[in-house]
Design a protein around this ligand. Structure first.
Ligand code: TXA
Ligand code: MG
Length: 339
């Protein structure tokens, strides 16, 4: 078993060195922590799947520190990509682009003719990639199926002994993974909602951006392969509570034999008569809630074992769309008012 070392942001060179040796290093981004490996080293990339327990047909994001790095893998950058890079990079937007044949190994692309590129807004990680001199793959650094990690401690909890190190830059700011936009076909399509919203993308592209809300069955070949798998699921059953249902939900909790944790906004928590350990604040805004969602789900799994988690739903607009997308997956789409 490996000893997983925690690197501070003063030790970026050492971490970069490990990447160059083919080791796995988790890294911070503004969204969630990623699991890095040299994207040009097929053996290293294969170990990412093993460490995460990730199905091997689920391709990886290629994390870059400059636009130039992307240019090495594509015939030419589509105009749309240039516009979006100007507007949102570095930032929480991943773009799916057609790549030159064989430019990246099958272990990265899952055999697709496209790859996902992202330049995160985190100085330490941009420096890490620059020092390594190669793009790094960057799936979220959790065990497959579990909520994505928003702190170095979350990564350590899931991957200790399986990776060489973690570059620790404190908790992430956005908390939900990047928006994924597919620019490889005729029309731009959002494959995963994130902090960069449809409205923002349409404003920059000056055209309609489709969002793919179709259900993806296990037998189809989905556009974002990762979306078909069970995701963000804690051990407890999550129940989504709509704003008007809290009185009922808290009463239900009180009468329940099993242990029930509550993830709610301060406004609700301040009037709820709850044991402190069983309540987790989502803060005051959708921004706070997105930042805290995964940490809350993890809290109730690892520190306060509960059977159910009541968690606040929000309006599916703006960042609320990304928040609800992740919450619905973690709850298997179960709402409190439907049980
Ligand atoms: O914010 C994020 O994007 C984080 C941080 C660490 O950068 N990364 C992340 O990676 O969320 P991951 O692997 O957990 O999610 C990437 C998603 C997966 O659902 C995968 O199937 C999809 O992107 N994907 C990767 N390459 C693709 C491609 N060529 N076409 C369509 N979807 C792709
Ligand atoms: Mg993930």
């Amino acid at each position: 078993m490996l000893i997983t070392k925690i690197y501070t942001t003063d030790e970026i060179e050492k971490a970069a060195n490990e990447l160059c040796l083919g080791e796995l290093i988790a890294f911070p981004t503004e969204t969630v922590y990623g699991l890095g490996a040299d994207a040009t080293n097929e053996q290293a990339v294969k170990r990412v799947y093993l460490a995460k327990g990730r199905p091997s047909d689920n391709p990886l994001i290629v994390t870059v520190s400059s636009r130039k790095m992307v240019e090495e893998y594509v015939e030419s950058l589509p105009e749309r990509a240039v516009k979006l890079m100007d507007a949102f990079w570095p930032g929480p937007l991943t773009m799916i682009l057609k790549i030159k044949e064989g430019a990246l190994s099958k272990a990265v692309t899952g055999g697709l003719e496209t790859a996902a590129f992202r330049m995160p807004q985190n100085k330490a990680t941009l420096k890490l990639i620059e020092s390594a001199g190669v793009p790094i793959v960057g799936p979220s650094a959790n065990s497959s199926g579990k909520p994505s990690p928003t702190t170095a401690q979350h990564v350590y909890h899931d991957l200790e002994g399986r990776i060489a190190g973690i570059l620790d830059d404190g908790p992430t700011q956005v908390g939900v993974e990047s928006t994924i936009i597919d620019l490889s076909s005729e029309h731009p399509v959002i494959l995963r909602p994130g902090a960069v919203t449809v409205e923002q993308l349409e404003e920059v592209l000056k055209e309609t951006v489709l969002s793919d809300k179709h259900k993806v069955g296990m037998k189809e070949v989905p556009k974002a392969p990762g979306m078909k798998y069970k995701h963000y699921a804690p051990d407890a059953q999550v129940l989504i509570v709509k704003a008007g249902d809290w009185d009922k939900a808290l009463l239900w909790r009180k009468n329940k034999q099993e242990r029930v944790g509550v993830m709610a906004f301060n406004e609700v928590l301040k009037n709820a008569d709850l044991p402190k350990k069983l309540s987790y604040s989502l803060g005051d805004t959708v921004f706070d809630a997105s930042r805290r969602l995964f940490a809350g789900l993890r809290y109730f799994d690892s520190e306060e074992k509960v059977d159910f988690i009541l968690c606040a739903g929000v309006k599916e607009a703006g960042l609320g769309e990304a928040y609800m997308n992740r919450l619905k997956k973690s709850a298997g789409n179960v709402f409190f008012d439907k049980i």
